[in-house]
Design a protein around this ligand. Structure first.
Ligand code: MN
Length: 265
């Protein structure tokens, strides 16, 4: 305690250091936000256990879990991640999902948009295709139209319906949860789904508060990034092995992470 006091007095904040944004969730509420999973079922399962233990340890509360999107692509087990979270979320209004840009492109591809399909494959869709039981040989021998046919045969309609039900924006207390960010200067209520799912530089470089503290994934950083108006929790799980959740209760925030084991890619 003394050491903490002393270090607080002896380390004045640098002028360039961004202050941690102060915010809270309503009394009785506890919220966990989970960053981009990208097909890492191993990390998801590990983090779910940690969250469950943390939630029990902290005692009774009205707990909500928000997945910030990008469940799929890049990592090896996208179909299995979708299945796991579909089972977890079914029948619960306390487990909520935001649509990531990767789910958006996947849904467009599955709807028959043959321009979306090559883009989907370019941004990490091939492991998603393979996770649905399409073999590498089938993949290699198919043109886009044939691949779409294979996908339509193998991807359960329940998965597509589940993903299509994901939200764009969730506001709780002083926080706005989104996949990618918000466009500066535009009220939250008027943000376009495209900005909420895709925005990078214009949002990330904005050095002033937003209407709410924006909690987001989408852009990878080595560690959780807390800036004046935003908190980024995408720690690049698919390659780093570090999947991050942030907890919120009252004015408190805390971080839960998997241990950063090397990816099996
Ligand atoms: Mn992502």
């Amino acid at each position: 305690m003394l050491r903490r006091l002393l270090s607080a007095f002896s380390r004045p904040a640098l002028a360039t250091e961004s202050p941690r944004p102060a915010g809270s969730v309503p009394p009785g509420a506890r919220v966990y936000a989970v960053g981009d999973i990208h097909g890492r079922l191993d990390l998801l399962d590990e983090l779910l256990l940690r969250m469950e233990a943390d939630n029990a340890e902290r005692g009774a509360a009205d707990t909500t879990v928000i997945f910030l999107g990008d469940l799929i692509d890049r990592g090896p087990d996208s179909a299995q991640v979708v299945q796991r979270l579909m089972e977890l979320g079914t029948g619960s209004d306390r487990i909520r999902f935001l649509l990531g840009n990767h789910e958006e492109v996947f849904l467009k591809s599955m709807a028959g948009d043959l321009k979306a399909l090559p883009f989907f494959l370019r941004i990490g869709g091939k492991p998603t295709v393979l996770s649905y039981g399409i073999t590498a040989a089938e993949y290699g021998a198919s043109d886009y139209a044939e691949l779409l046919e294979l996908l339509r045969a193998r991807v359960p309609q329940a998965h597509l319906d589940f993903l299509a039900g994901f939200e764009d924006l969730i506001v709780i207390g002083d926080y706005a949860f989104v996949h990618a960010g918000v466009r500066p200067g535009v009220p939250l209520a008027e943000q376009s789904p495209a900005a909420l799912r895709w925005i990078r530089d214009e949002f990330l470089s904005h050095e002033a508060p937003f209407e709410k503290i924006v909690v987001h994934g989408h852009t990878i950083a080595d560690e959780v990034e807390e800036r004046i108006g935003r908190i980024g929790i995408d720690t690049g799980a698919y390659a780093s092995g570090r999947l991050t959740a942030m907890g919120f209760e009252g004015a408190e925030r805390w971080i839960l992470q998997t241990n950063g084991a090397v990816a099996r890619l």
